[in-house]
Design a protein around this ligand. Structure first.
Ligand code: PBG
Length: 329
């Protein structure tokens, strides 16, 4: 029974009706806040990510408390590692007194389990060459890297993080990390696997924030991160990680992977996270700063559609601000 009897515009007439029929809604509980921590007292802006700062440990404790008040469930921590702690073997990654471990202890001391702490497992902050894995004769060596990742995951678990998030894309690391955590008596620490992570130009500002861009130079991560051309391969990656014991899987970047988020959620029905990465954030902020788009509206729209695609939670640098913006007319 088509037009004129059916008029889809009828349901779009009023705010109350639009919200009553909305199929997707965004809440603070859907968002995870990625924060950069550095070993200095004063916070330092990230120039390619306007509005984002590298925080001191105290600053992260305050951020965690702010997250708790807003209702953001968790922070994802990324340490800015001083050059003297970078090496070819990334040994500082499993030093229990490294910056991220100290940060985890400080937040847990103040807030206990009120806010979740998610820690990246990957070697790029700690390698002198900026790769996520160990380099031998010009190649990233998988199994040797996985052994170091396991030690890193245990150090993070001992410090008190709730979730370890392998973002390195080595083969077999989820199973190996699960085994290592269990053997260390850390059965309760969950694994959020960066399962379908693409080799993307959109990570640029993140690498600026961490100072790993300079270490990486002209090199790329295409021998371990996925080719953006592929979708079936993403399904295989996710299937393997679930098999190996991942509690949650992630797709990244988000806006360039809405099809992947959708397929993963449909095919596996597991907790599916998406990462709205640094470049996605930077694009919106840059256009907004130029007056070319409405930044807050664009931020909210981008997050809403990532959720519509199937994401259960979204890592986003907009997390602390976006819910405040939502209330504005
Ligand atoms: C490190 C890591 C990266 C991001 C999260 N963890 C960068 C990379 O793989 O080069 C990107 C996050 C972002 O761009 O916001 N393995």
């Amino acid at each position: 029974m088509p037009y004129p009897t059916i008029r889809l515009r009828r349901n779009r007439q009023y705010d109350w009706l639009r919200s009553a029929v909305a199929e997707t809604a965004l809440a603070p509980a859907d968002l995870i806040w990625p924060v950069f921590v550095h070993d200095h007292e004063v916070s330092l802006p990230v120039s390619s990510m306007p509005g984002v700062e590298r925080l001191s440990i105290d600053g992260v404790v305050k951020a965690a408390d702010e997250a708790r008040q807003i209702g953001i469930p968790a922070l994802a921590l990324f340490p800015v590692v001083e050059p003297q702690h970078k090496s070819d073997d990334a040994r500082h990654a499993y030093d229990v007194d490294n910056l991220v471990c100290r940060t985890v202890r400080a937040v847990r001391d103040q807030l206990g389990d009120a806010v979740g702490l998610i820690c990246d497992v990957a070697l790029d902050p700690y390698t002198s060459h900026g790769h996520d894995g160990l380099l031998k004769d010009g190649r990233i060596v998988n199994d040797e890297t996985v052994a170091v990742l396991c030690r890193q995951a245990i150090a993070l678990a001992e410090a008190g993080c709730h979730v370890v998030a392998p973002s390195d894309m080595m083969d077999g690391r989820v199973g190996a990390i699960r085994g290592a955590l269990d053997a260390a008596g850390r059965q309760d620490v969950a694994i959020l696997s960066y399962a379908a992570k693409y080799a993307s130009a959109f990570y640029g500002p993140f690498r600026d924030a961490l100072g790993s861009a300079a270490s990486l130079g002209a090199a790329d991560k295409k021998t371990y991160q996925m080719d953006p051309a592929n979708t079936d391969e993403a399904i295989r990656e996710v299937a393997l990680d679930i098999d190996e014991g991942a509690d949650m899987v992630m797709v990244k970047p988000a806006l360039t992977s809405l099809d992947i988020i959708h397929r993963v959620k449909r095919e596996f029905a597991v907790p599916t996270f998406a990462y709205q990465v640094s470049g996605e954030y930077a694009m919106i902020q840059a256009a907004a700063a130029n007056g070319w788009i409405d930044g807050p509206k664009a931020a909210l729209e981008s997050l809403l559609v990532i959720k519509r695609a199937g994401a259960d939670a979204i890592l986003t640098y907009f997390a602390p601000d976006v819910m405040r913006l939502k209330d504005q007319p």
